[in-house]
Design a protein around this ligand. Structure first.
Ligand code: MG
Length: 369
């Protein structure tokens, strides 16, 4: 299909309360939205690199510029028949995975709408209901955390993920394990540590964590492989996996037992599917992560998580957990305890609320053939 126009927005989304991780505290999320058209059809994409380059080398402002000045002009007027073809066109530019992802997602949604099919089916998804987990950032006190986990357990969440950083670490995990002996939970370190902390991570083996997510440098594989050799608990790589090639190397190096797949971090659904397949072949299970996207990006993640090698409750959240009013509609919602349903409608099933989009836009651009 020939790409006729590409609109791009940089948008801010105020959070109900600051999201606190090893990277710092964010009180609003910045996201990139893309609307791509071909003839009478359109599709929406979203990538959420955040307001500062804290999670990855990209931020929303740079992603906006890269899409506007380099990536979108590469695609405009081209007849693009596959996600791989789109990626090859964009491949002339290095990195910038979030920026590429916004366009890749828009292409897949456009193609799904054009074929009048749900996105999850186009991707090869095999289920219409997926498991989701509960995540908790750094809190004021361990007592508050235990109370909050208790509420999540009571409402049926199948697993809990906890942010972990110096000062909110081994003692916190010990308290959680003592209070919840059977809880399936893991920690996410967001790259806050080095190999010099190996002994601290070995102490965590006794708490039977499901995994330790991204303990070391955001782009590292070698040190993770060295750390994994010293641990019984599997490492899950997140930030380090930015492409199918990085995933293949991580598997070869035995750097992890799990991979968290974020379509935005790896450049889109096309590379996310490739990572899914190569992990499946290698016997490495995956799960889908998120960046607090609006419901639009959330629905793309939801569609991706219907593939068979996503084997751990995913990071997909009800809109009301983070946003007073989600930028996109319909809002993300649980369909049962620890579960979400995937809409059976053409496309991903969500798009921006025009009024919210207008009031929350920081920058906008349109390119037409
Ligand atoms: Mg993570």
């Amino acid at each position: 299909m020939k790409i006729d126009s590409i609109e791009t927005w940089r948008v801010q989304m105020p959070l109900i309360y600051p999201f606190r991780t090893a990277y710092g505290n964010d009180d609003r999320i910045e996201t990139i939205l893309v609307r791509m058209t071909s003839g009478d059809h359109y599709g929406w994409g979203e990538a959420t690199p955040w307001q500062s380059p804290g999670y990855s080398p990209e931020c929303a402002a740079t992603a906006f510029i890269v899409v506007r000045d380099f990536l979108a002009p590469r695609l405009l007027g081209q007849d693009i028949t596959s996600g791989r073809q789109l990626q090859d066109l964009l491949g002339v530019y290095k990195g910038n995975f979030f920026a590429k992802s916004s366009l890749d997602l828009a292409w897949w949604e456009l193609e799904a709408r054009r074929q009048q099919t749900p996105l999850y089916r186009l991707l090869g998804g095999t289920r219409q209901t997926v498991d989701v987990g509960a995540d908790f950032g750094i809190m004021e006190s361990v007592d508050l955390l235990l109370k909050t986990i208790g509420e999540a357990v009571a409402s049926g969440f199948k697993r809990v993920k906890l942010k972990f950083r110096p000062g909110w670490d081994v003692d916190m995990v010990a308290a959680v394990r003592q209070a919840f002996p059977d809880l399936v939970f893991h920690i996410d370190c967001n790259s806050a540590y080095t190999l010099a902390d190996a002994a601290m991570f070995q102490k965590l083996d006794q708490f039977n964590l499901a995994m330790i997510e991204q303990p070391l440098m955001f782009d590292d594989l070698i040190d993770h492989a060295a750390l994994q050799k010293q641990l019984r608990t599997p490492i899950c790589l997140d930030e380090s996996i930015t492409s199918p090639s990085k995933a293949r190397k991580a598997i070869q190096a035995k750097a992890c037992g799990w991979i968290n797949v974020k379509a935005a971090r790896v450049g889109g659904l096309t590379p996310a599917l490739e990572i899914h397949d190569l992990c499946q072949e290698a016997g490495i299970p995956c799960w889908v992560g998120g960046m607090l996207e609006s419901s639009l990006g959330g629905h793309h993640c939801l569609a991706l998580s219907t593939l068979p090698n996503f084997k751990y409750p995913n990071d997909l959240f009800p809109s009301e957990r983070f946003y007073r009013r989600d930028l996109s509609i319909p809002h993300m919602a649980l369909s049962g305890p620890s579960q979400m349903n995937v809409p059976d409608v053409p496309g991903c099933g969500a798009e921006p609320d025009p009024a919210c989009l207008e009031s929350q836009t920081l920058e906008y651009t349109v390119l037409k053939r």
